[in-house]
Design a protein around this ligand. Structure first.
Ligand code: PLP
Length: 435
């Protein structure tokens, strides 16, 4: 029976159009979804960049079922349950050296808010309470809460929501098609773009700035790969001025770039890292912030009976999420999934770049198992060409994403070569039909 579609106010959806021709998913397994007509659909975007181990993995399903039967909920304030500690320990084990403190949230947006608050509170706790300013980057996406859209740099996500947080500025984005179009892997040019941070620091004075937040690979804006040397340069400038560096690894975490985190892949360690998505493979909502021991320790002063960090969520370290997280990390380890993107990167990149030369394709970008294909917008109707291609691919049994006039591809890390071919061939046909 078809549900009544009226009441559900849908997130980030052209809902009037959607409700005229709904796309309803009803079942999933491995690399595939099935829709309400029983049609099989290849998942080219890991759900929403989150289902890194594939859908309905047996260990994860069993762990959630068992946890639901054993204990549904435990309060995380002044109480805890063992799996929260176990998962934190496992996560710290995967993280870059020194990032061994874990704060649990329920989403990427909450992880971002948590990291921003930690940064400001850290400076205050160590006697530099004037360091309150936050620096984001143009085209950045850091979720949809007020902190996240303030440091974020996508105008469509900001313009409707008033004046946002005070004391936020942005450095320029790294997209530079004139120098870097059709780069395979990291673009050659653009380490110098990081120097824009010096401009912003000169304007506000370093003594007022708490943190800089960037996505190592900007995902939601359309897959912008960091130019060679760019992240190292950001790190150097932050160190020089006593500014914390936050990596928002909500989509780059958990194997997307060929190692557990983009920080490990690119060899640049931030001070704080926001995570979500791949942490539970999307099976139960969960996020986390990883913090350096040295940041955590600054809070651990004052009387021992006092709360050190006045922040947390009712569902922080939820038992179902912890059970799902532990089983997901086990699945990654069992199957070597956190390094699989490194093995498939060359094949995936070559397949994607075979689309060069097709009508309206103006750039192709890739790293690990993430790719973006940028198209010329239709005159006067931005996003329409990419939307048409997205719908055409879905119709042909491949689910992708579009943002602006960019098609994004980020499949589960269990993908096989033949499925990469299927994605690229389907996309090729759709791009040709849209010409
Ligand atoms: N940060 C980044 C880099 C993201 O890509 C996303 C979501 O795509 C978020 C934060 C927000 O995550 P959520 O939708 O779980 O709140």
């Amino acid at each position: 029976m078809k549900p009544d579609l009226d009441a559900f106010w849908m997130p980030f959806t052209a809902s009037r159009q959607f409700k005229k021709a709904p796309r309803l998913l009803t079942k999933a397994s491995g690399m595939y979804y099935w829709d309400d007509q029983g049609r099989q659909i290849l998942d080219g975007v890991a759900g929403l960049w989150c289902v890194n181990a594939g859908h309905n993995r047996p260990k994860v399903v069993k762990a959630i079922q068992a946890q639901a039967a054993e204990m549904d909920y435990a309060p995380p304030f002044q109480m805890a349950h063992p799996k929260a500690f176990e998962l934190a320990e496992k996560l710290a084990g995967l993280a870059p050296a020194g990032m061994n403190k874990v704060f649990f949230t329920n989403s990427g947006s909450e992880s971002v808010e948590t990291a921003l608050k930690m940064a400001i509170a850290y400076h205050r706790a160590r006697g530099e309470g004037q360091r309150t300013r936050l620096i984001g980057r143009e085209r950045g996406y850091h979720g949809v809460n007020f902190g996240g859209i303030s440091v974020g740099g996508i105008s469509g996500n900001r313009k409707m929501f008033g004046t946002l947080l005070a004391g936020v500025d942005h450095i320029r984005h790294t997209h530079d098609p004139a120098r870097n179009a059709f780069s395979v892997g990291q673009p050659e040019h653009g380490a110098d773009i990081a120097d824009d941070l010096e401009r912003v620091i000169a304007l506000h004075d370093a003594s007022t700035i708490a943190a800089v937040i960037v996505e190592p690979i900007a995902g939601s804006t359309g897959v912008l790969i960091p130019p060679k040397g760019y992240l190292n340069r950001l790190r150097e400038i932050c160190d020089k001025h006593g500014i914390l560096l936050i990596f928002d690894e909500v989509i780059t975490g958990f194997g997307r770039t060929g190692t557990p985190f983009a920080a490990t892949t690119f060899g640049v360690t931030p001070d704080l890292m926001s995570l979500a998505k791949g942490l539970t493979g999307g099976a139960v909502p969960m996020g986390a912030v990883l913090a350096k021991q040295s940041i955590h320790d600054v809070f651990m002063t004052g009387p021992e009976h006092m709360i050190e960090f006045a922040h947390g969520y009712t569902y922080s370290a939820h038992p179902l999420a912890c059970a799902a997280g532990l089983a997901t990390l086990e699945t990654y380890a069992d199957e070597g999934l956190l390094t699989r993107a490194a093995q498939l990167q060359a094949y995936f990149g070559e397949a994607l770049h075979s689309l060069k030369g097709l009508p309206n394709v103006i750039d192709i970008r890739n790293f690990g198992l993430v790719g973006g294909v940028e198209l010329t917008p239709q005159t006067g109707e931005p996003t329409k060409r990419a939307l048409g291609i997205f719908l055409d691919c879905y119709d042909k049994g491949v689910m992708l994403r579009y943002t602006g006039d960019i098609i994004a591809i980020s499949p589960p890390l269990i993908i096989e070569r033949a499925q990469i071919d299927q994605i690229v061939d389907t996309l090729r046909g759709a791009i040709q039909r849209a010409a």
